[in-house]
Design a protein around this ligand. Structure first.
Ligand code: SAH
Length: 354
């Protein structure tokens, strides 16, 4: 209700959270019940079908929280297994209903819950990680995306196991990589590395701080019959490794920077801006003339405009003349609700250095 007594909508109240109410519906005549949730989940599933994502991959996001009218609920599909993340008290309240609706609508064979993210504690919820229903998935599931196969660890991996939001951008790297010497910083399980090699890259250096991710990445490389000689995995800190490469005067024709969220919220924006500036400056310095910098930010606290400004500053300080040739974003199974602009979080730029 507003202060004037007008009905504003139906929402889930969470006394512990800084977001006190998450709105289920702005329609005063709506009833939030099983049927309501079932309908939303069905609509979300139908949207993905209409987008024909299944032609590109058997792994995709089925439900993307607020963007699908289901605040605090994430459901990703990895073949026959659904991985669910409940991030808000409202979604938690309807957990059982959500589970049976996901089962019925997606025809999955098993559901894993990965409600193991920090934000849950802000909602006063416990961390929960378990097989909720059905087939217990093997430690590693195999998925395919754009003709590339990947092992995904849905239980121990980051997020729900794979960075599904980068699907289209991985495909783009494949198109751009031919005959290039590539540097893939923050490589996780090798998505951009494999895409570059499939696209005919000359060589790749891939850096990540996670030994577990790199182990899977190496298996992914072999799974696709790619030549391990053409790639070097470096387990290390990207900030340090980029400096080490610069000190050795190494040069690349294509550099990918896909760091983790440096600024989850606006409060960390300033510190994060320095980190983005740092890696992008080093990225520009490591590029050959005519080389491409493909740089991302998935930080909610940094908007597209600010990100572009940081990259512009980095180019200036690196002393290079660069221009943006493409704007990249999250894949279509991560839609952006117009009334929830925060859901537009993945920003990417392709810059060419002349
Ligand atoms: N591009 C990847 C996803 C990258 S996610 C894909 O398409 O799948 C970000 C990665 O950065 C994670 O794998 C994390 O382990 C790694 N990471 C985080 N901080 C790091 C640091 N300081 N140095 C190196 N890697 C880091």
């Amino acid at each position: 209700m507003s202060s004037k007594g007008e009905h504003l909508g139906w929402g889930a109240y969470s006394p512990f959270s800084s977001i006190r109410v998450r709105v289920w519906s702005f329609d005063p005549d709506e009833t939030i019940n099983e049927e309501f949730l079932y309908h939303k989940i069905l609509m979300a599933t139908k949207l993905r079908e209409a987008l024909k994502i299944h032609e590109k991959s058997d792994a995709f996001r089925v439900i993307f929280g607020e963007s699908d009218g289901l605040p605090g609920l994430i459901v990703d599909r990895y073949g026959d297994i659904a991985v669910m993340q409940i991030l808000s008290a409202g979604a938690e309240y309807w957990r059982e209903v959500i589970i049976s609706a996901v089962r019925e609508i997606t025809h999955c064979k098993g559901i894993v819950e990965r409600s193991d993210v920090e934000v849950r504690t802000l909602e006063g919820l416990q961390i929960r990680e378990e097989v909720v229903w059905g087939a217990i998935p093997p430690q590693r599931l195999q998925i395919w995306e754009n003709e590339i196969k990947y092992w995904v660890d849905v239980i121990g991996g980051q997020k729900t196991g794979f960075y599904l939001d980068q699907r289209e951008n991985r495909a783009r790297i494949r198109e751009l990589a031919k005959d290039r010497d590539v540097l893939n910083a923050f490589c996780y399980t090798g998505g951009f590395t494999l895409s570059a090699l499939m696209g005919g890259a000359n060589s790749v250096i891939s850096i990540d701080s996670s030994a577990a991710a790199l182990e899977l990445a190496d298996e992914n490389l072999r799974l696709n019959g790619l030549n391990p000689q053409q790639n070097q995995w470096i387990e290390g800190d990207v900030f340090r490794e980029l400096r080490a490469l610069r000190d050795r005067a190494r040069k690349f024709d294509l550099i990918i920077l896909d760091p983790p969220k440096f600024a989850p919220t606006a409060a960390q924006a300033q510190k994060a801006a320095r980190a983005y500036k740092d890696i992008n400056l080093l990225g520009f310095k490591l590029l050959q003339r005519g080389g491409l910098l493909v740089t991302f930010s998935c930080s909610g606290g940094i908007n597209r405009e600010l990100f572009q400004k940081i990259v512009a500053d980095a180019a200036l300080d690196a002393g290079v003349d660069a221009k943006i040739i493409e704007f990249l974003s999250q894949s279509a199974d991560h839609p952006v609700a117009l009334n929830f602009p925060e859901s537009f979080y993945l920003k990417g730029l392709i810059c060419v250095v002349s």
